[in-house]
Ligand binder design. Structure first.
Ligand SMILES: [Zn+2]
Length: 246
C-alpha cells in the first residue's frame, strides 16, 4: 500500500450510460468475474435523458445486471448528455475512482462513436488514466498507475476503429444476454416505460446476435467481443504468442 502501486481490483469498465457496459463488454466482464477477478463497472451517468425508464428504475435494473455478471457497480453521477460539459470535474471524478479501486486494467469507449457522451468519456478517461499517477494532482488519495488502457467497441461507429484482440465470450454469452435483459425499461417493449426505440425492436436483438457472432467467427468461436489497445504488444517468447485467426 505504501508504495502507491498495489492494485485492489483487476479491471474498471467506465461506461457512459447504465446499459453500455452490458451491451459492449458484458461478455468479457462476466468471463473475468467467473475466474475470480474483481471487476468494477462504473456508469458515468444514471441515464436520466433516456427515452424510456427513470433513474431510480434504472438503478435497480443496473444492480440486477451487475449481480448477473458478477461485478460491482458504481456511478459517477455526471449529467446524461453532458459528460463533456465540465471536463475538469469529469476527469476529477474518474481519477478519484481509479485511485479508489486501483485496477490493473481500465476499459472505456473508443473515441470515434456517434454518441457525444461516449466520445467525451473516452477523452476524460484517457486524461484521468495519466493524471491518476501524477502525485500533485490532488484528490486526497495516493496516486496509482493502472497497467493498461483498453477500449471496447460501440455500436455505431462513424469510422470503424482497428481491433487489437477479440475476447472469446462464447461461454458467457447467455450471461451477457441476461444482463442486457435485466434493463427491462430499455429493451422490453412490454415494460411500458415509454415509446418504442431501437432497443425495443426485434432488429436490436438480431444486430446483437449477428454482431458478436461475426466477431466470434473471426477467431473461430461462436461469440466474440472486439477490443482496441493503444501501443504494440511486447513479445519476449513468440512460442507464447496467442492464437491468431487465419
Ligand atoms: Zn451509451
Amino acid at each position: 500500500m505504501a508504495d502507491g502501486s498495489h492494485p485492489q481490483s483487476e479491471a474498471i469498465f467506465f461506461c457512459a450510460h447504465p446499459d453500455d457496459g452490458e451491451l459492449l463488454a458484458g461478455g468479457l466482464m462476466a468471463s473475468m468475474a467467473s475466474r475470480g477477478a474483481r471487476v468494477i463497472l462504473i456508469d458515468a451517468t444514471r441515464g436520466e435523458m433516456g427515452t424510456r425508464g427513470t433513474p431510480e428504475g434504472r438503478d435497480a435494473e443496473g444492480a440486477e445486471a451487475a449481480r448477473i455478471l458478477g461485478v460491482e457497480r458504481d456511478n459517477l453521477e455526471l449529467p446524461d448528455g453532458g459528460i463533456g460539459r465540465d471536463m475538469d470535474a469529469t476527469i476529477h471524478r474518474i481519477v478519484r475512482a481509479i485511485r479508489q479501486y486501483r485496477p490493473r486494467l481500465v476499459f472505456t469507449h473508443t473515441g470515434t462513436d456517434h454518441h457525444p457522451d461516449h466520445n467525451d468519456i473516452h477523452v476524460a478517461v484517457r486524461r484521468a488514466f495519466f493524471l491518476a499517477n501524477v502525485m500533485k494532482y490532488d484528490t486526497g488519495q495516493e496516486r496509482f498507475r493502472p497497467r493498461k488502457l483498453m477500449y471496447f467497441w460501440s455500436h455505431r461507429h462513424e469510422v470503424p476503429p482497428s481491433i487489437s484482440f477479440i475476447a472469446d465470450i462464447t461461454d458467457h454469452w447467455e450471461t451477457k444476454v441476461r444482463a442486457i435483459k435485466a434493463h427491462r425499461s430499455q429493451v422490453d417493449p412490454a415494460s411500458d416505460s415509454g415509446p418504442e426505440t431501437y432497443l425495443t425492436s426485434d432488429l436490436f436483438w438480431h444486430r446483437i446476435e449477428s454482431r458478436f457472432g461475426f466477431f466470434g467467427s473471426l477467431i473461430n468461436v461462436r461469440y466474440g467481443e472486439p477490443y482496441l489497445v493503444e501501443g504494440v504488444a511486447r513479445v519476449d517468447d513468440p512460442l507464447q504468442f496467442p492464437d491468431v485467426s487465419e
